[in-house]
Design a protein around this ligand. Structure first.
Ligand SMILES: [Zn+2]
Ligand SMILES: [Zn+2]
Length: 355
């Protein structure tokens, strides 16, 4: 357990890393919103059956992103979506990600997390003196969960925004957007270089929250950390799985101004210009509203998925997606060295064509 008898507060991240590597592994795999759990898939399926009954077969989208009326089997597992080449490539990209993940997850969780946490604690001690050593209560734990969520969502927003706006990063994130159909596996459809970026972001945001609360509670918030992690896995798992499912799940408009509905991620994956670079946060709509990137779709809004007819052909196979960023960077470098270097930076010429 963490304690401050030596005058040094050990935050949960550091505590955990010091204590057991299996424990980090568990925290890492539940905290990083990149994990495929059968229970979440069952929740997705259960929700989809409820939606089927409620809307009487309406609301499922075809591979073209159009809402249609179908029978239950087509509603839940449409043939055109699951036999699409894009769905197959999702599987291979997921396999590659799973193979590479242990290398960087452990490395990042064991470095970015504790370093951030210790620095946050040190800054707070320097600014505000000794820990107030607040007694932990249920209300505090909920507050901790909320603060962690808002921090996580903010960091996610910043990374995602940068990935959309900076051409060199868009080259990596484009792989997620080259999905032409949405399946629960599309959630893990990322270039292998994107994984460490997202993981570092998660570790950083969680460590800021655990650092602040370790200071406030004199390190004794391991319970709160675990409750917070559980709360997250639940929220992220639930919305995460449905975000990449072809059935539109919308919330009332007033609620969509606060929380991202899964349908709002359908528009994020659309190649129509009006949908580009919108709905960039993971959980709430707060930051999209603050920075003007919120897009609340209409009922049954048409959302053709992918990066659009002009470049989709270059991002269809597993190999094309895996080599994509390297090809783009090479093009950028080649253009940068050409006599028309200035022209290469013109927005209409940049690689960030779709988002
Ligand atoms: Zn997505
Ligand atoms: Zn995106």
């Amino acid at each position: 357990m963490a304690n401050s008898t030596s005058g040094e507060i050990v935050g949960p991240f550091t505590d955990i890393v010091q204590q057991a590597s299996t424990f980090i592994w568990n925290i890492a795999s539940t905290n990083i919103p990149n994990d495929l759990h059968w229970d979440r898939l069952l929740i997705t399926l259960f929700l989809a059956i409820c939606l089927f009954m409620y809307y009487r077969g309406h609301g499922s989208k075809s591979a073209k992103g159009e809402v249609r009326q179908v029978g239950i089997v087509e509603y839940l597992i449409p043939n055109d979506v699951y036999t699409h080449v894009s769905a197959r490539v999702d599987v291979w990209l997921w396999v590659l990600e799973r193979i590479l993940r242990p290398i960087w997850v452990v490395a990042l969780m064991a470095t970015v997390g504790p370093v951030t946490e210790q620095n946050v604690i040190a800054v707070l001690q320097w600014q505000f003196g000794e820990t107030p050593a607040i007694e932990s209560s249920f209300a505090w734990m909920l507050f901790f969960a909320l603060v962690s969520l808002l921090l996580y969502d903010f960091v996610f927003y910043v990374i995602h925004y940068s990935m959309h706006k900076i051409p060199a990063l868009w080259a990596i994130h484009k792989v997620h957007h080259s999905a032409e159909v949405l399946t629960p596996l599309t959630r893990y459809r990322e270039h292998f270089l994107a994984g460490p970026i997202w993981a570092a972001g998660s570790a950083f945001s969680f460590a800021v929250a655990t650092g602040i609360f370790a200071y406030l509670f004199d390190g004794g918030i391991t319970q709160a950390t675990i409750l917070g992690a559980g709360f997250f896995s639940f929220i992220l798992g639930l919305t995460g799985s449905f975000r990449h499912y072809h059935v539109q799940l919308r919330y009332p408009r007033w609620l969509e101004k606060w929380i991202q509905s899964p349908a709002m991620h359908h528009t994020h994956h659309s190649y129509l210009k009006k949908h580009w670079d919108t709905n960039l946060a993971a959980v709430t709509s707060i930051y999209d509203r603050m920075f003007g990137t919120l897009y609340i779709p209409d009922k049954d809004e048409y959302t053709p998925w992918g990066i659009g007819p002009d470049t989709q052909g270059e991002y269809r196979s597993f190999m094309q997606n895996t080599t994509g960023p390297f090809r783009d960077w090479y093009k950028m470098l080649a253009k940068g060295h050409s006599p028309q270097a200035g022209a290469a930076l013109a927005p209409e010429d940049s690689v960030q064509e779709f988002s």
